[in-house]
Design a protein around this ligand. Structure first.
Ligand SMILES: [Zn+2]
Length: 221
């Protein structure tokens, strides 16, 4: 039934019964014709707000873009992901430069690791002759994010260790967390003893690179 001025939707079967708004937003998924038949494409579709009748179960939906809360919903999310994507790219480029200076064999981004049915994507992996560095990159340096990021870095290093054949590759895997410089970030996430690299986006450099590559790189770089 048409939505009224107060945003209430009534059931077509029970015209006096207000329908319940399902929390958040949902989507009608697109379907595509392919050579194996019709398939669902969950990456495309129409964002909607769904209402249902608690009496008969009738479902009705409205385009999310016409409903309150949608603009805030997409604005917050896209800004956040843009910021973190840009930061990750900057950090990756900076790590490639560092990799060149410390003689890395390869620096890879978004490395997929499959262990025991779990798929994990590691932000950056740097392979040296005698060691492998696993980088978890966070675009936020609040204490909570640093703590969580350190755990994730440690977890990523463990997963990569299980993913490889330890007899064929005896290199030690070191976890490293990368966060934006500034604030009160310590150089070591104490609970996990994971080194925390601080990347300065303005100056396009790490402020404490010697923390990780001290023996390999000249100070001041
Ligand atoms: Zn109803």
């Amino acid at each position: 039934m048409p939505i009224d001025k107060k945003g209430v939707v009534y059931c077509v079967n029970h015209p006096r019964h207000p329908m319940t708004r399902n929390s958040g937003f949902s989507a009608i998924t697109a379907v595509e014709a392919t050579n194996v038949g019709v398939v669902f494409n969950a990456s495309r579709g129409i964002p909607v707000v769904v209402f249902y009748c608690g009496e008969c179960g009738y479902v009705e939906s409205y385009a999310a873009s016409k409903m309150p809360g949608w603009n805030e919903f997409i604005r917050d999310r896209s800004e956040e992901t843009d910021v973190s994507r840009v930061f990750e790219s900057e950090v990756f480029e900076a790590l490639e430069v560092i990799g060149g200076r410390v003689g890395a064999q390869a620096v890879e981004r978004n490395v997929s690791v499959h262990v025991g049915g779990v798929l994990r994507e590691i932000d950056v992996v740097m392979y040296l002759e005698h060691a492998v560095y696993v980088f978890e990159v966070k675009s936020n340096n609040s204490a909570g994010v640093v703590g969580m990021g350190a755990l994730q870095a440690r977890d990523a290093a463990r997963m990569l260790a299980r993913f490889r054949d330890p007899r064929a590759d005896k290199r030690i895997i070191y976890p490293v967390l990368v966060v934006p410089a500034g604030g009160k970030v310590t150089s070591l996430a104490k609970a996990e003893e994971v080194p925390v690299l601080k990347y300065n986006s303005m100056e396009r450099r790490f402020e404490n690179i010697e923390l990780v590559f001290g023996g390999l790189i000249a100070a001041g770089g």
